[in-house]
Design a protein. Structure first.
Length: 130
């Protein structure tokens, strides 16, 4: 488990490539923001987290896999990850940021990524109208 990377994972790279190809420019792993988001779009005040399905307890087939050994440890670890994710997202929202989560299983789904880009751009349009 120690060899599992935190940055530049394949799902994260796929999302970054998609965003960049659509003209969205971003910063990576901004430590000044709560939770150090994977992708930050300052112009849109949007933070994107690319979560691994297993590590953050997604309800897909990858996230619903149960560890065979040391089950209690893994269940409490994943529950703590989910609680921490929510705390960090709430802190970002209080600072006026939009928080988007892309799950590992969705990172190559073009329709889902197109919807993500749409949400990001609509937020910018709403703020421009104010």
């Amino acid at each position: 488990m120690k060899s599992v990377g935190r940055k530049d994972t394949a799902p994260e790279l796929a999302v970054r490539r998609y965003l960049h190809a659509r003209g969205l420019r971003y910063r990576l792993h901004v430590r000044d923001l709560p939770g150090t988001p994977d992708i930050v779009l300052p112009r849109y005040r949007t933070a994107i987290y690319v979560h691994g399905c297993f590590w953050h307890g997604h309800d897909c087939r990858h996230g619903s896999v149960q560890a065979r050994t040391n089950r209690e440890f893994w269940q409490s670890k994943i529950a703590a990850n989910r609680e921490r994710d929510e705390r960090k997202a709430t802190a970002l929202r209080h600072l006026g940021w939009s928080v988007q989560v892309v799950w590992e299983c969705q990172a190559t789904d073009a329709a889902m990524l197109a919807a993500l880009v749409g949400r990001i751009r609509r937020r910018r349009m709403r703020e421009a109208d104010r």
